[in-house]
Design a binder for this molecule. Structure first.
Ligand SMILES: [Fe+2]
Ligand SMILES: [Fe+2]
Length: 321
């Protein structure tokens, strides 16, 4: 095939790609896709996968300290779900032509990011409630939109993930609800956790649309369906109502219902803090990455054993044939 033919093939491929996007037909692994679309998806899906497994760490720290056997069982199930989410997403990422090792290496070298929210510490049991309600809540807001993302394997992984995320959010809210009906000390603990997790949760939606470099193209390719600011507003509207059930306060003096906009107004995020944590200077960035690297090193024998077993089975099948 000559270069000329290749160029023709690509422009043909691009036309089909665009038609599929316009007609809401999913892009599948073997379809032609623009290189930038592939790269954007690799960046987003891998970042999402990393967030799922790094997200296991702050909550995992409370498994041994959960206040009852029931709470311990629920928390183990939740943390295990997050590991499963990581697996679906790493697999979806591999369909884009990058190996598992490459994506993990990018996490360990700091080249790839994960959600900054997991660089904050979990100081009390109420933090487990606040994470479920606010962090999983913010994640759902984002992920429901992603069940309709244009890349097929990513969209299908998200359908399954969303079902589990709604359980996560409810279990978190229920922890806070119990504390909010408890002793003065428990009520204070509940409010303190909300105070510490509220603003980092709002940061999870990323920079303002005007500052977000990838947003516009991602909307055109239907990787994203709503902008950062739209999703953040939906989240604020939802939480401002739910917090009333808890009888707690959202730590924002500017939070107020706006009749004209039919949305809640709210205060400005501390963007210096946001960028500082993104750049690796949050309270737990180093601790989280060290824990992931350690887990990868300690799991080496498992990977080797799995590969040796697969090889053994292949030889056995070949001999039998
Ligand atoms: Fe998850
Ligand atoms: Fe979750």
């Amino acid at each position: 095939m000559q270069t000329h033919d290749l160029v023709q093939k690509d422009s043909f491929g691009e036309k089909i790609f665009e038609q599929k996007i316009d007609n809401e037909i999913k892009i599948e692994p073997k379809d032609w896709m623009p290189e930038a679309y592939r790269k954007t998806n690799i960046r987003q899906v891998s970042q999402h996968a990393h967030s799922e497994i790094v997200g296991m760490l702050p909550e995992g720290a409370w498994i041994s300290r959960a206040p009852s056997l029931k709470r311990k069982a629920i928390l183990i199930a939740k943390v295990q779900d997050e590991a499963g989410h990581g697996l679906y997403l790493y697999s979806a990422c591999e369909t884009l032509g990058i190996t598992r090792e490459e994506t993990i290496n990018d996490l360990h070298s700091g080249k790839a990011k994960y959600s900054s929210i997991f660089n904050y510490p979990t100081k009390t049991w109420a933090d487990i409630g606040a994470i479920g309600w606010l962090v999983d809540g913010a994640a759902i807001m984002n992920q429901v939109m992603l069940t309709r993302t244009s890349y097929g394997p990513y969209a299908r992984a998200m359908v399954r993930i969303c079902k589990e995320e709604s359980f996560h959010q409810r279990q978190g809210f229920e922890i806070l609800l119990m504390l909010s009906k408890g002793t003065d000390e428990q009520k204070a603990m509940c409010q303190d956790a909300i105070d510490r997790w509220w603003w980092p949760s709002l940061m999870m939606f990323g920079p303002h649309d005007s500052e977000s470099t990838n947003s516009e193209q991602s909307m055109k390719w239907k990787i994203k369906r709503k902008t950062n600011d739209e999703l953040r507003q939906n989240f604020v509207d939802m939480c401002a109502e739910q917090v009333k059930v808890l009888g707690m306060k959202i730590p924002d003096d500017k939070l107020k219902w706006n009749e004209q906009r039919m949305h809640y107004d709210f205060g400005e995020i501390n963007w210096d803090e946001f960028w500082n944590v993104v750049k690796g200077n949050g309270p737990c960035n180093k601790e989280r990455l060290d824990a992931r690297k350690k887990a990868w090193e300690e799991g080496e024998w498992v990977r080797e054993a799995a590969a040796a077993f697969a090889e053994k089975r292949k030889t056995k099948q070949q001999t039998a044939a």
